[in-house]
Design a protein around this ligand. Structure first.
Ligand code: UDX
Length: 450
């Protein structure tokens, strides 16, 4: 373990959702391996109690944050705008108290880019700060583009097919119609949010959970947009050599079930930690998987639509259902042949890192962007769009599990697996970026002392 001269504390501020907490915790682990100690600031007491089992991290509460339960009533855009407004003063108090308790020993505040209220505290107490983007570099670049749009004009332009297909400069093959706005209506408010999210303020660097070899074009664009160092540390679960930081209990019985299956014979199905499908789609999927005659392991979370009894019986003959799986371990299991995914960025990185090709069924926001990259840029999967019927599911599964094109995708996925492994080894891009980040933190620390 590398030692820093004076062990200094880093305050991490994640957005309290699984898909955002997980990479932030991995980042924290990577930094503890470099000699820093970690304080995690969270919005609610119940979150603090469910997450404080993470070894070596200290958890504190931002008392006046907005509870997640408000998302349903407000919608994601208004929720985030309000969350940032309500948390600002409270977070300043937290930092002020921490500085007293720790004898000014705070090296940096690293915050999820959606928690931009943190900058006000960093500025007030002259503390270094760094923005952490848990989604892809391409998504971050899209937010920069969206922040500069005139929403009214954009919506009119998007009625013209020629403008819809116009390519976004320096982000080939992305067209204007692909910008990730679905699910974040109205556009005016979303553009306002994007403006806040991409504002640099006093931050001295940006961290992204991605790999240079996956997104070099987007990273070049981001570097130009921000004009401060952009550190690409992904996949962070590998960089940090850590397992999943799961908020839900993992059902490990699925690993025993996988142990009994032949190599590459199982489709793993998971739609992440937030999204819930309608009953019709669940049924069509169940029929499609059963009709494909392949085996499958399906994550159906508590509170999601459950299968009617007769379908559940049919599914149990070819499939195994769990409420929450140890996903990284599942994807690394030799029995898994493909991943039916909603294309959350963590899932994409985890699947790519294990060389598992994907059937993409994106639902909202940047998931569609991620799916487009899987299918058209990296060519390690296919997309299933529109209203899904059992025949579409069956065909997609057979394309990936049986047909030759599936074998080609698997081969390309295995090439990426190798590239990602190289990136985190000594001398690799993510390995080097982590060391550069540590130097950056030490220099900011010195800068703050003088
Ligand atoms: C959310 C957004 O939906 C996504 O678009 C964005 O990229 C990140 O934030 P989420 O929907 O939860 O994330 O998806 P994803 O990013 O894939 O994260 C899910 C995490 O939960 C992954 O790390 C995955 O390993 C984990 N998981 C999922 C489990 O550990 N077990 C499961 O059974 C399912």
């Amino acid at each position: 373990m590398e030692k820093v001269a004076h062990k200094r504390r880093i305050v991490l501020v994640p957005l309290p959702l699984q898909g955002h907490v997980t990479p932030m915790m991995h980042l924290g682990k990577a930094l503890t391996l470099k000699g820093f100690s970690i304080i995690v600031a969270l919005g609610q007491l119940d979150q603090v109690s469910s997450w404080q089992h993470f070894p070596g991290f200290r958890f504190i509460t931002i008392p006046e944050s907005l509870p997640l339960s408000e998302v349903d009533a407000l919608g994601p855009v208004e929720f985030l705008i309000k969350l940032n407004k309500t948390s600002e003063a409270s977070f300043k108090n937290c930092i002020s108290q921490l500085l007293v308790q720790q004898g000014n020993d705070i090296a940096c505040i690293i915050y999820d880019d959606l928690m931009y209220f943190c900058e006000a505290a960093a500025k007030e107490f002259k503390l270094p700060s760094i923005i952490f983007s848990t989604t892809s570099a391409t998504h971050k670049a899209c937010l920069c583009i969206l922040s500069k749009l005139n929403p009214k004009k954009f919506l009119i332009d998007m009625e013209d097919p020629e403008l819809q297909n116009k390519l976004v400069e320096n982000l080939h093959p992305l067209g204007y119609k692909d910008l990730p706005i679905a699910g974040f209506e109205p556009l005016e408010r979303f553009v306002e949010l994007c403006k806040e999210v991409v504002k640099r303020r006093t931050a001295s660097a940006v961290i992204i959970n991605t790999v240079t070899s996956l997104e070099s074009l987007s990273l070049t664009r981001l570097q130009q947009e921000f004009g401060i160092p952009v550190y690409t540390l992904g996949p962070l679960h590998i960089t940090a050599a850590s397992t999943t930081y799961s908020l839900l209990e993992e059902d490990r019985s699925c690993i025993e079930w996988l142990n009994k299956q032949k190599p590459r014979s199982v489709i793993y199905i998971s739609l992440g930690s937030i999204f819930d499908m309608g009953t019709k789609e669940v049924l069509e999927m169940a029929w499609g998987f059963c009709n494909s005659n392949q085996l499958f392991l399906w994550v159906i979370r508590d509170g999601s639509k459950s299968l009617p009894e007769e379908v559940a019986k049919m599914v149990s003959e070819r499939g195994y259902i769990v409420k929450w799986a140890p996903q990284i371990e599942v994807l690394g299991h030799p029995a898994v042949g493909c991943f039916w995914s909603h294309c959350g960025w963590n899932s994409i990185l985890e699947s790519t890192e294990e060389g598992v090709p994907m059937i993409c069924r994106p639902f909202q926001g940047e998931q569609k962007l991620n799916a487009m990259y899987v299918e058209s840029v990296w060519r390690i999967g296919i997309q299933v769009g529109g209203e899904v019927e059992r025949g579409d599911v069956e065909r997609a599964v057979k394309r990936l599990m049986i047909d030759e094109e599936g074998a080609d995708m698997r081969e390309r996925a295995l090439d990426f697996k190798e590239k990602l492994k190289v990136s985190v080894r000594s001398g690799g891009s993510s390995y080097n970026a982590l060391n550069e980040l540590v130097n950056h933190l030490k220099q900011s620390e010195r800068g703050a002392k003088h």
